[in-house]
Design a protein around this ligand. Structure first.
Ligand code: ARG
Length: 600
């Protein structure tokens, strides 16, 4: 924000050095001074002093660095826009004038608007894969965590300056899928689920029913056993036929797959997620077989099929590891069918080669960590350089406190059930507390707040930690919650409505109150927080930031007079500050995929 001043100070320091026969630094490293009441930047002279020492001069580096810092401080005096300059222990500290700094921060936010905090373009293309549940199944709360985490990561990476591609990879193959087809044929033939977002649930119920029929009970009678085995034989036969490309089964498979995809699209739309690229597991099945052949010919995989075994990769052995780490993996069954792992080899290749990505992030349940380590290692052994550019972002499990909601069906907590409940609760609250809100607005606000509460509950926990989702807590207005942050945005909007049109610039040349300074300080940090969250793949960093900003604003709101400020200039400055706060909260919420309502 003070780049111009920084450059001219740099030139002053350089001329000071050259005038005094001190090695001239071509570029100075500036760091922000940790905030403690005023803002500043600092640089040090240890390297310059060390350079003198290396060139044969007899110097004590720390003492010499301090000497140069003092000389430089004298030389530059107090530049415009600064309030204080000091030389301490080899560092040169420059403190901004608070009113200048504040004005610049606020002007910057107002000028950049929705783009405030956006990083410079980094010339790197990143693919984020998420929202990839298996088909023929319903979308549960774990999928929701996955989807919101992936979407927020994509938004952060994109806003930080990377070109971002959103990808999904639904699993549409395997025994689970065939199980659904089997029971459908047996008991539900020609039926179709009615409502779109119920379609996955309907398929899930079929799956649960089938699993019951196919699982041995403790006190199974011989007749039951016989029955169950007959069912299983039918299912296996169906799998075989499907695999052989039976046209009827293929058609049924695609049709039923579409039902679950309709539900998925419906939910993604509700979450404001736009996937750019859809990969299906079935798309990479054939290509992955070609990779197996290559791995065999390169002697990375061992083909034990002649002895009746599968094709395997002894990863540890190939890497020369003594201890077991990546283990031995089957990559092709004896019957020639591929595994989940095999297909991930082909998928990784497609991502880089067809989409020209530079980095590939997989947002997948932490229980699949070993799977990804294995896949990436096999790729590396194969000679696929970009394996080093693949990252698995794992996340923990989501559950509900026991007995909290009757959302369980077939032992999964469905996202739709939880979302409906959250929205319904907000709606009742609005009816009670805000009856003057027009009917048509209520539903919209309830949806924004209900879903915001859910999203924040998922994002305010670090990736690798499990979540016990407590709906009462998530919906509270005064905890560490989405509605608490949204409410800060609503409050800011409401003061701004009351203030009406204002003219005049934000001039902070009065004694700023601690709550103002705190608020300006937090706003000024937003661009760095974007970079940090994107770099660490941690939406939590942004979630915490949004909470801190909301908290600072709520406190400001209680303490600092705005509409009744002492002078017109103060009133204007504070209104501008609130506009900037509202904008920054909105930007932070947008990155968290949470809506920022004007009223609630
Ligand atoms: N469909 C898988 C599941 O539900 C997740 C896919 C993860 N991505 C991958 N490239 N393997 O468990």
């Amino acid at each position: 924000m003070f780049e111009i001043e920084q450059k001219s100070i740099e030139r002053l320091i350089q001329s000071y050095c050259s005038e005094n026969a001190i090695p001239v630094p071509n570029e100075l490293q500036w760091n922000p001074i940790p905030f403690s009441g005023d803002w500043g930047i600092s640089t040090s002279f240890f390297q310059v002093a060390a350079q003198e020492a290396r060139s044969g001069k007899k110097v004590n580096v720390p003492a010499r660095a301090q000497e140069i810092a003092e000389g430089a401080a004298d030389h530059i005096g107090i530049p415009k826009g600064f309030s204080r300059v000091e030389a301490v222990k080899g560092y040169l500290n420059l403190f901004f004038s608070s009113s200048d700094f504040s004005k610049r921060v606020i002007d910057q936010v107002l000028e950049d608007g929705n783009d405030f905090g956006r990083g410079e373009s980094k010339n790197e293309r990143v693919m984020v894969e998420y929202a990839q549940p298996n088909t023929h199944h319903s979308f549960h709360i774990g999928h929701y965590r996955n989807s919101i985490l992936g979407e927020v990561l994509a938004r952060l990476v994109e806003f930080a300056g990377f070109e971002t591609i959103r990808a999904s990879y639904p699993g549409d193959l395997g025994l689970g899928v065939i199980t659904v087809l089997w029971i459908y044929e047996k008991r539900y033939k020609n039926q179709e689920p009615e409502e779109i977002h119920e379609r996955g649930q309907w398929l899930l119920n079929l799956y649960v029913e089938a699993t019951n029929m196919l699982t041995a009970k403790d006190d199974e009678t011989p007749e039951e056993k016989e029955q169950r085995e007959a069912y299983d034989a039918e299912r296996r036969e169906m799998y075989r036929k499907w695999d052989a490309g039976d046209p009827y089964l293929r058609e049924l498979w695609l049709e039923t797959r579409e039902w679950s995809m309709e539900e998925l699209h419906d939910i993604l739309e509700m979450m404001d997620i736009n996937v750019d690229v859809w990969f299906f597991e079935s798309d990479v099945d054939e290509p992955s077989k070609a990779i197996v052949e290559e791995l065999i010919s390169k002697d990375i995989a061992d083909d034990e099929r002649p002895e009746g075994g599968p094709v395997i990769v002894r990863i540890d052995e190939k890497l020369g590891l003594k201890k077991e780490k990546y283990r031995t993996n089957v990559i092709l069954r004896n019957d020639g069918t591929t595994l989940y792992l095999t297909k991930d080899l082909a998928l990784a290749k497609d991502k880089f080669e067809k989409f020209g990505v530079d980095r590939s992030i997989y947002v997948v349940d932490v229980r699949q960590s070993l799977h990804f380590q294995q896949a990436f290692k096999i790729l590396e052994l194969w000679g696929f350089e970009q394996a080093k550019k693949c990252f698995h972002l794992g996340y923990g499990f989501v559950s509900l406190p026991e007995g909290a909601m009757s959302a369980r069906r077939g032992n999964v907590v469905l996202f739709k059930v939880v979302a409906d409940e959250a929205i319904q609760r907000v709606l009742s609250e609005i009816e009670e507390k805000n009856p003057e809100m027009p009917q048509n607005e209520r539903r919209d606000v309830a949806q924004q707040v209900g879903l915001g509460a859910l999203a924040y509950a998922m994002l305010s926990v670090d990736n690798n930690k499990d979540i016990i989702f407590d709906i009462d807590e998530a919906l509270s207005f005064d905890g560490h919650t989405g509605p608490y942050i949204q409410n800060a945005h609503v409050r800011a909007s409401s003061i701004l409505r009351k203030a009406g049109e204002i003219s005049g610039e934000a001039e902070f040349d009065y004694a700023l109150l601690p709550h103002e300074i705190e608020l300006i300080e937090i706003i000024s940090r937003f661009p760095q927080v974007v970079q940090q969250a994107a770099k660490e793949y941690r939406p939590l960093v942004m979630a915490n930031y949004a909470f801190d900003l909301a908290t600072a604003f709520h406190s400001f709101y209680h303490v600092v007079p705005v509409l009744k400020a002492e002078t017109d200039a103060m009133r204007t400055a504070r209104i501008r500050l609130i506009t900037a706060t509202k904008q920054t909260i909105a930007n932070a919420l947008r990155l968290l995929a949470i809506r920022a309502p004007e009223v609630m």
